[in-house]
Design a protein around this ligand. Structure first.
Ligand SMILES: Cc1ncc(COP(=O)(O)O)c(C=O)c1O
Length: 359
């Protein structure tokens, strides 16, 4: 039986990417080596590195004003690097709190400099995105947002509501799933392990005027140093970037971000429709207007059936649905690599489960 997966991250990679990596496993382009056995200063790896950078630029239409960095330490290191590099003394960093990851980003930044909460959705238990009634002020170093809240299953439906001269976005769980205007951002970061590839590499897109030399910062934490060295200041995560390049190539071959956006909308609708038609048997966690197209969170009206739901899913070959411990219930993560057919199978399973156990 074919297994299908809905993990929140790391998640599955496109089958075509795994097949290509397998074919090149012990002989990358007739060099007799796996790419990860190559020097990061050699031609073979440098080509892969530059291709990945150029592909991301093409796919996201990244303007010349911005640079692309490939860093390590996950999105969590960016929670610290952003304020270390962008929060000058005398200024304040502003945070939009929309879930656990933005709370973590805010707490980390508070250790480094002065921070304030600009808007918050906490009073709705993060079911609803807060209204955007925040005006940029001269004291702001930047405004930090999280475009998609992986744990609660909420997402800003329209990113155009933010007009801040220094907008910083954690796009770890929805990058490349919808078109955005990169010029609107001072900095975008995303851990790769959802829509970009495997864990181990984090993409950072930064406006070049923010790349200041700062002698007080350790080199490894400085965007300026990484940019000056084309992300080759120290040994990069060679294999992760190789897989990232293959995933980006796959996205291009599928039709780019516009195609991913169309697919995401269709995939999410397939599952949300079942929840909405279930007369309360399934309950969506997020408010309708804040629903994520990447992480679908739901519970069962009868919580005693939860273990049964997971057991029967697994018998049917469906895995990775257990919700995060802070929300409970279930979460179907439907990143770019998850095909529509998997969502249709899950939707069908959910209908059958309700037929069997519903009143
Ligand atoms: C939106 C968001 N930000 C940050 C993180 C943390 O990423 P990492 O584990 O790469 O540090 C995650 C992880 O799931 C996430 O979903």
């Amino acid at each position: 039986m074919e297994r299908i997966f809905f993990q929140p991250g790391p998640t599955t990679l496109p089958k075509e990417v795994l097949s290509r990596a397998k074919a090149e496993w012990d002989d990358f382009e007739e060099t007799g080596l796996n790419i990860m056995e190559h020097s990061h200063r050699g031609k073979s790896y440098e080509t892969v590195h530059d291709q990945a950078k150029e592909r991301l630029k093409r796919l996201m239409d990244i303007p010349e004003t911005h640079d692309v960095l490939f860093l390590q330490g996950g999105a969590s290191l960016q929670f610290a690097m952003v304020p270390m590099n962008l929060l000058e003394s005398g200024k304040k960093a502003k945070y939009a709190l929309t879930g656990s990851w933005s709370e973590k980003a805010y707490k980390e930044a508070s250790k480094i400099g002065q921070c304030e909460i600009a808007i918050s959705g906490k009073d709705t238990q993060y079911r609803t995105m807060p209204s955007m009634d925040y005006q940029a002020s001269d004291e702001d170093a930047y405004l930090h947002i999280t475009s998609n809240n992986t744990i609660y299953g909420t997402q800003w439906p329209d990113l155009n509501i933010f007009s801040h001269p220094n907008l910083v976005a954690d796009m770890s769980s929805d990058i490349l799933s919808r078109a955005i205007n990169v010029s609107d951002y001072a900095l975008i970061y995303a851990g790769a392990q959802k829509n970009l590839g495997p864990s181990g590499v984090t993409a950072v897109i930064i406006r070049k005027d923010l790349l200041h030399e700062n002698e007080k910062l350790p080199n490894i934490l400085s965007y300026h140093i990484h940019a000056k060295n084309n992300s080759l200041y120290n040994t990069p995560p060679v294999y992760s970037i190789y897989l990232l390049n293959l995933v980006l190539q796959w996205v291009e071959e599928q039709g780019g971000v516009a195609e991913m956006e169309e697919r995401s909308t269709k995939k999410a609708k397939t599952i949300y429709d079942v929840i909405d038609a279930s007369s309360g048997f399934y309950k969506g966690y997020a408010s309708l207007e804040s629903r994520s197209l990447m992480n679908i969170t739901f519970t069962l009206e009868n919580s005693e059936l939860e273990q049964q739901f997971i057991n029967e899913c697994e018998i049917s070959g469906i895995f990775g649905l257990k919700g995060h411990r802070s929300v409970g219930g279930f979460r179907a993560s439907i990143y770019n690599s998850v095909p529509l057919e998997s969502c249709e199978k899950l939707a069908k399973f959910m209908v059958q489960f309700q037929e069997k156990y519903g009143k």
